[in-house]
Design a protein around this ligand. Structure first.
Ligand SMILES: [Zn+2]
Length: 367
């Protein structure tokens, strides 16, 4: 007997799924209607949970969600029992799940109280700077996965990230050199993770956790390396101000706050909503001005020409695609340019790249 019927709860919704359970070589395969695989549980991760006498109720160790599987057929239950020799009957899982439920309830109550008091936007503003770097990074990774799913149209089969093919490597080296110089001047608390992606819009994007995407369209539109550096400096401003984290906290709202408090947001619907919001909405005028001021100052600190950020803004202001208002598409472009030029110093600056390196960077998406 290598298969039988079971009842499966995914731990996220309360729906009960009638499933077919197949005993594989190393674990259980749980399939829904039409044979769609819902879960795979290795035998050594299965734990039994307390249940009425006539039911074998199983859970999965080290799993954050309250997923469970119930087997009613005695003979089939005995088969599973025999294979999952490591089934832990000490109740560790159940204690952990109980703690998790209590954690969620406390988090929910705290969040509701805080939200009632401050409102979500103000709360996000206050909370974002308090998010530990490790959680910010994890959050960034979760959002990054979604954002890639939306942005990576996978045309021509080339990698979403430019700079990996042999012909693109000199471009990647030039890009890294430029980012390193800015990063050293910035002195951020956590390392940046920046790369060029195969998108034709003249745009760039900062995500939580210090991730900066520069679209290839921006590099194509730039006339100097310093113009690209200026935009990266502006993005580093968003990273330093935790604007990505704030946007995600606002978009995801309460469910995100729960996830944050429990350190688990991967796979939650809130991440999907948050990623879409990050891509579709602009930052506030205040956040943009602050990132401009930071970017101009960072360019100056790094010995570069802050006016390059202003000239790049002038080139791309209002030119981005609708629905992709990530950062630079703002009606107040003229005012922004004037503000940046005001703080740009008149002293001599050092270009970020020489002519050869700049030519290489122009070809970073060539492969
Ligand atoms: Zn911006």
């Amino acid at each position: 007997m290598t298969s039988g019927a079971g009842i499966y709860f995914d731990g996220i919704t309360s729906a009960r799924h009638d499933v077919a359970v197949v005993l594989g070589a190393t674990g259980l395969h749980i399939a829904g209607p039409g044979g769609r695989l819902l879960a795979q549980w290795p035998y050594n991760e299965i734990e039994s949970l307390t249940a009425p006498d006539n039911v074998l109720r199983l859970g999965r160790r080290n799993n954050a969600v309250l997923e469970r599987l119930e087997i009613i057929d005695h003979a089939f239950a005995a088969e599973i029992d025999a294979r999952a020799a490591h089934i832990d009957r000490t109740g560790t899982l159940q204690r952990r799940q109980r703690a998790s439920v209590i954690g969620w309830s406390v988090a929910a109550t705290v969040s509701l109280l805080l939200t009632a008091y401050f409102g979500v936007p103000a709360l996000a503003e206050k909370l974002a700077p308090l998010v530990p770097a490790a959680i910010d990074r994890k959050l960034g990774d979760a959002v990054d996965m979604q954002v890639r799913g939306i942005l990576d149209i996978g045309k021509s089969g080339a990698a979403f990230e430019c700079g990996t093919a042999d012909a693109e490597k000199p471009g990647r080296a030039a890009f890294d050199k430029m980012v390193r110089r800015l990063e050293q001047a910035a002195g951020l608390p956590a390392p940046l993770r920046s790369f060029v992606v195969r998108r034709t819009e003249a745009n760039a994007l900062a995500l939580p956790g210090g991730q900066v995407y520069v679209f290839r369209g921006l590099i194509e539109k730039a006339d100097t390396a310093d113009e690209v550096a200026g935009v990266i400096a502006h993005e580093i401003g968003h990273v330093a101000h935790r604007d990505g984290t704030k946007a995600v906290l606002q978009a995801g709202g309460l469910s995100f706050l729960f996830g944050m408090l429990l350190g688990d947001f991967v796979g939650g619907g809130a991440v999907v909503i948050a990623a879409k919001t990050v891509l579709q909405s602009s930052y506030s005028r205040e956040a943009e001005s602050a990132a401009d001021a930071y970017g101009a100052e960072l360019m100056r600190k790094a010995g570069g020409n802050a006016r390059a950020l202003a000239s790049m803004l002038g080139k791309i202001g209002g030119a981005t695609e609708p629905g992709m208002k990530i950062l630079l598409d703002h009606p107040e472009t003229k005012a922004r340019i004037a503000a940046i030029n005001k703080v740009a110093s008149a002293r001599t600056t050092t270009p970020f790249l020489d002519a050869g390196e700049w030519a290489a960077l122009k070809r970073i998406c060539a492969g």
